[in-house]
Design a protein around this ligand. Structure first.
Ligand code: COA
Length: 181
């Protein structure tokens, strides 16, 4: 069967366009303080099915398409997305992701990140993809290192999360035509 457009796989992990009924699993997975603590306060916590529904609608309305469902063993397990920047930063996209706690530590996210970076450099006309990670989130820093991102900067005391101040570590990956990425 021919894969539908906007589906990319490395044989183990697949990223694909959202389906409306992803909202149920998305809400279950996202409604977890251990996920939310690593993300901006704009990420709802608690996280409802209505929150997931609104998010999916927003993503499905974007042109070009930028946020994907992550699938592992045929199941929706999380999200990975790019957010193309504006103005003089328009050749840059911000990367974000989360997966459900039950799927952590299986090497799923690095595979999803590699797939979306290939898509971003190929389809979104960007030359740089960056992510900002709270300093305590060593698992996410490892994900980016394993995907060939460079630790580009430490933004001192940039973040307040749950009443505490943290540094933000900026990681970036650059389009490198000679490397074929
Ligand atoms: C951070 C996150 C995306 C990691 O995804 P993942 O698919 O579990 O990533 P990996 O399996 O590659 O593991 C990443 C790192 O976690 C740590 N880790 C792995 N297994 C571990 C274990 N059993 N115990 C503790 N830490 C472990 C390791 O540092 C690992 O790197 P390594 O493979 O070099 O040892 C996931 O934990 C998550 O969704 N967290 C909540 C949301 C979030 O933090 N999003 C990113 C915001 S910047």
């Amino acid at each position: 069967m021919k894969p539908s457009p906007l589906t990319f796989t490395d044989g183990v992990v697949t990223i694909r366009k959202f389906r409306r009924n992803d909202k149920f699993r998305m809400a279950e997975i996202a409604n977890n303080e251990k996920v939310a603590v690593n993300l901006r306060d704009a990420f709802p916590s608690p996280y409802s099915v209505e929150d997931a529904q609104k998010f999916i609608s927003m993503c499905l309305g974007q042109e070009p398409y930028q946020v994907f469902a992550i699938e592992y063993q045929g199941e929706y397990v999380g999200n990975v997305g790019l957010h193309r920047q504006n103005d003089v930063y328009r050749k840059t996209a911000e990367l974000g992701y989360f997966i459900g706690e039950a799927y952590w530590h299986k090497g799923i996210t690095p595979r999803a990140v590699n797939l979306i970076c290939e898509y971003g450099f190929r389809e979104l006309d960007v030359i740089k993809i960056f992510s900002g990670v709270f300093s305590f989130n060593t698992a996410s820093q490892r994900v980016l290192e394993k995907c060939g991102f460079e630790r580009e900067a430490v933004l001192k005391n940039a973040v307040i999360k749950n009443g505490k101040i943290w540094d933000e570590i900026r990681y970036a990956k650059h389009f490198s035509p000679l490397a074929g990425s």
